[in-house]
Design a protein around this ligand. Structure first.
Ligand code: GP9
Ligand code: MN
Length: 408
């Protein structure tokens, strides 16, 4: 097993890309507020229904943030928990099952643990039972000091819908908890209202979204609009509590909300042909990195959730060279522009590969498979290596040999 690790480490080390010096450390010592947006796909950004924006707040926010408009979710059956796993570890989830359930006792080297070693308080906020997705157990292995789960929230019939506490009261109550945390902190907040079956109270419905023949898609657009309002209020509260200026806010979508049965309707709604290329595009989720005091810009690097760990650590001025990360800093000028999906599909700056077909990324035209061939080896290798790390619990060797030595 030690030998497997040596090969893997060699592969990762040889694919390391240097941070961009213009961005390295620009958020040093700031709080990090990570917001996982339930089922939020990128197509809602800057789109209107009946002349009204679906995400008016986010549309304004991206004008003063780093907005990644070529960013993909990479989750599998573990849904939200997979996104959490990928984001915090820069490892892939598993091809079957959810790592949060199958390997919670492994040794990891996750962002919260690393930041705890740098004096950060680390916490996750989510108004569901602590055992859901086995979070209470897995969070300990990821290095979260605190988990504010259902028991910490005041949940009533009035302030809940669907899966539980609505996003607006969730953020309100979370701010009260957040302001008590010793700073700097790494805090992850996970929303819930925009979850299938996308139910909403009349009073929380801000736009008329009866625009497609899919009731699910229509309701989805309305719950996304509600989530956007919750974010707007959350930013106001951060400012009121004096938490805004000394923080950076990282917002990403966890995975698709619209599933296969509605792909065709969604393609129509987006004005696209329904094919494997369009379905890959649907795997885009928003990534917004808001750094108060910085203008930001739109960045079109092709990346995925796997890239967030090195991206965040580099913004905080923490080196990641030598870590076992499959992702790359999204600000790096040498980012490989590759997003690998768990099922082997992938996106590059030029091509999309899906259903054994190579497409030109921008036009959607089918081209000779040889154009995509060069990537197959990398894709297979990365997914296999990541699986080996998880199934073999290989990071425990890494700790022993390298990580602990580095810490001393
Ligand atoms: C549950 C929430 C939703 O706590 O994170 O989980 P999902 O079904 O999206 O994986
Ligand atoms: Mn989810």
């Amino acid at each position: 097993e030690d030998n497997d690790l040596i090969d893997i480490k060699h592969y990762i080390d040889s694919h390391f890309v240097k941070p961009n010096p213009d961005y390295f450390g620009i958020a040093k010592d700031r709080n990090v507020i990570v917001i996982s947006l339930e089922s939020t796909q990128n197509f809602v950004i800057n789109r209107t229904v009946n002349g009204k924006e679906i995400t008016p707040f986010l549309n304004d926010l991206i004008e003063e943030s780093y907005y990644f408009n070529n960013f993909y979710h990479q989750t599998g059956q573990g849904k939200t928990s997979d996104s959490e796993f990928i984001v915090d570890n820069s490892l892939y989830g598993l091809g079957r099952g959810a790592v949060f359930f199958t390997h919670p006792k492994n040794e990891y080297m996750a962002t919260p643990e690393i930041l705890a070693n740098h004096g950060y308080t680390t916490a996750s906020f989510h108004a569901n039972t602590k055992v859901f997705w086995n979070r209470d157990e897995m969070y300990q292995s990821l290095g979260y000091d605190r988990f504010y789960h259902l028991d910490y929230y005041d949940v009533t019939d009035d302030n809940s819908i669907g899966w539980g506490l609505k996003d607006i009261p969730f953020f309100e109550q979370s701010v009260s908890l957040l302001k008590e945390l010793p700073q700097p902190f790494y805090a992850k907040l996970i929303t819930l209202t925009n979850h299938h079956p996308f139910v909403l109270d009349e009073s929380d419905t801000f736009i008329d979204t009866n625009v497609t023949e899919s009731a699910t898609l229509n309701q989805y657009l309305a719950t996304v609009r509600y989530e956007d309002e919750a974010l707007r209020l959350f930013f106001e509260q951060l400012k009121e509590e004096g938490l805004y200026d000394q923080s950076i806010i990282v917002i990403y979508g966890d995975h698709n909300g619209i599933i296969e049965k509605d792909f065709e309707v969604l393609s129509d709604f987006l004005g696209k042909e329904y094919n494997a290329h369009t379905v890959v595009e649907m795997q885009q989720v928003p990534l917004i990195i808001h750094i108060p005091g910085q203008e930001g810009k739109t960045i079109s690097t092709v990346g995925g959730q796997i890239d967030l760990k090195p991206t965040i650590l580099h913004l905080l001025g923490i080196e990641t060279e030598g870590q076992l990360n499959f992702g790359h800093d999204l600000f790096s000028l040498d980012h490989p522009n590759l997003a690998i999906f768990r099922d082997g599909r992938f996106v590059t700056d030029q091509y999309i590969f899906a259903e054994n077909t190579c497409y030109v990324k921008d036009s959607g035209k089918i081209i000779d498979g040889s154009y995509c061939e060069h990537y197959h080896d990398i894709v297979t290798k990365e997914l296999n290596y990541s699986d080996q790390i998880i199934y073999g619990d290989l990071i425990r060797f890494y700790h022993k040999d390298l990580y602990d030595i580095k810490k001393e």
